[in-house]
Write a protein that binds this ligand. Structure first.
Ligand SMILES: [Zn+2]
Length: 416
């Protein structure tokens, strides 16, 4: 009897230990992969936070990540293969510490970081595979350095508003002049779907489709060159989007395209936003404030390490260059073009709030909300390729009107 009790206790204790080990261990509940232009992102979603460490046994063709707290008693997810730089990945449970083994197709460096739960996601471990020795998608330029770069090469010289410039004699002689560069930023992407409509439309797909149409339309025009910050389904942090616009594209104009949601499913109509003059906590309306907060969460959802912006310096820069004034003027023109197509504008004037993606001096910067994906009628329209094209043409015409009315010296619009 005594013996049986002893065994029973032992069994109970060991069963408890097994149970507690598996409940304390982090269970991998999902794995997702995205491949960008020069980076590959792998995201492990776990039901709790877990330790991780890149192993010293990692070699050029193989990256090993130690996950001491991962649960290996339950079958793992389907591992991605043949994505970007990744050949294949698996969880090796043969040694005491579970090891995530990544076999690579090409040499890459791994940047690994954890993210707390956000929106629809639980704890995440983000593994970015980046080309060695190059500037990469997630590299973040410190604000001080970025500001210095802006001072070195201001893009838009001061043009006084609202005077119309005179063409003078130069207008009689056809001269090419440089092209105005428009950087088009399709909102969200990859791990960050943006708003999701009741029919399942993802904002990130709508924004990419409209942005591609807009780029095609603008590239068909004389004197304009359009570029996209992303031309695929991958995530780019907000600060990096504006850096791509200014430093890679050397853009004069930056337009971020969105189609968001509102708690009220009846809310509909397009709107255009510029950066708020007075800093992060001032907005021209509650709607603008809420929308900026929603948009600024993109980094938490999509996966980026938080960076703080030196907003006072950015605003001073924008004031000196007059880009904020230009942004409001171009926004007004885009609203004017969109109105007949959209029917009703959500806001008849250009609203302003602290959008992180717009905090870049040196470019005329706007965020265009093409409509509400949360409104079933509008969701249907926004998902329609004909409507996407029509919207893009309207936005493009607003940009063209602005370029013609306020030509930047030395550009095609100045000289023709
Ligand atoms: Zn959005």
């Amino acid at each position: 009897m005594k013996q049986a009790l002893g065994w029973g206790r032992w069994l109970f204790v060991s069963a408890f230990c097994l149970w507690s080990a598996s409940t304390l261990a982090a269970q991998i509940v999902g794995v997702r992969s995205w491949s960008g232009e020069d980076s590959t992102r792998l995201v492990l979603e776990l039901d709790k936070a877990t330790e991780f460490r890149v192993s010293e046994d990692s070699t050029p063709g193989r990256i090993i990540i130690l996950l001491p707290g991962a649960n290996t008693t339950i079958e793992g997810p389907r591992w991605p293969a043949q994505v970007g730089a990744l050949e294949a990945m698996r969880l090796d449970t043969s040694s005491r510490t579970p090891r995530l083994i990544l076999d690579l197709k090409q040499e890459a460096e791994a940047k690994v970081f954890a993210l707390s739960p956000s929106a629809q996601y639980q704890h995440r471990l983000v593994i970015d595979l980046l080309p060695r020795n190059t500037n990469t998608v997630i590299e973040v330029v410190p604000p001080a350095k970025a500001k210095a770069a802006v001072r070195a090469e201001p893009k838009l010289p001061e043009v006084k508003l609202p005077e119309k410039p005179s063409r003078g004699l130069s207008g009689l002689f056809k001269s090419s002049g440089r092209k105005i560069v428009v950087s088009i930023d399709p909102g969200h992407g990859g791990e960050d779907p943006g708003a999701i409509g009741s029919m399942g439309t993802h904002e990130k797909r709508v924004t990419l489709a409209i942005s591609r149409e807009l780029a095609n339309y603008l590239n068909d025009q004389d004197g304009i060159k359009a570029e996209l910050t992303r031309d695929g389904d991958f995530f780019i942090p907000l600060q990096q989007r504006r850096k791509i616009g200014r430093e890679e594209h050397r853009a004069d104009i930056f337009v971020s395209i969105h189609a968001d949601s509102a708690p009220n499913r009846k809310a509909h109509g397009a709107s255009v936003f510029a950066l708020s003059l007075k800093g992060a906590n001032s907005a021209t309306s509650r709607f603008a404030q809420q929308l900026a907060e929603q948009e600024n969460k993109s980094d938490l959802i999509g996966g980026a390490v938080a960076v703080s912006d030196d907003i006072s310096g950015v605003l001073a820069g924008m004031l000196i260059e007059g880009t904020l004034k230009h942004s409001l003027e171009m926004g007004r023109m885009i609203l004017g073009e969109m109105q007949p197509l959209v029917g009703k504008l959500h806001s008849p004037r250009v609203e302003q709030a602290g959008f992180a993606v717009l905090k870049e001096p040196g470019m005329v910067s706007l965020l265009v909300e093409t409509g509400f994906i949360s409104n079933p009628d509008e969701e249907q329209r926004l998902a329609d390729s004909d409507y996407q094209r029509e919207l893009a043409v309207k936005i493009g015409n607003g940009i063209l009107n602005f370029c013609r009315q306020y030509p930047v010296p030395g550009t095609y619009f100045d000289q023709n």
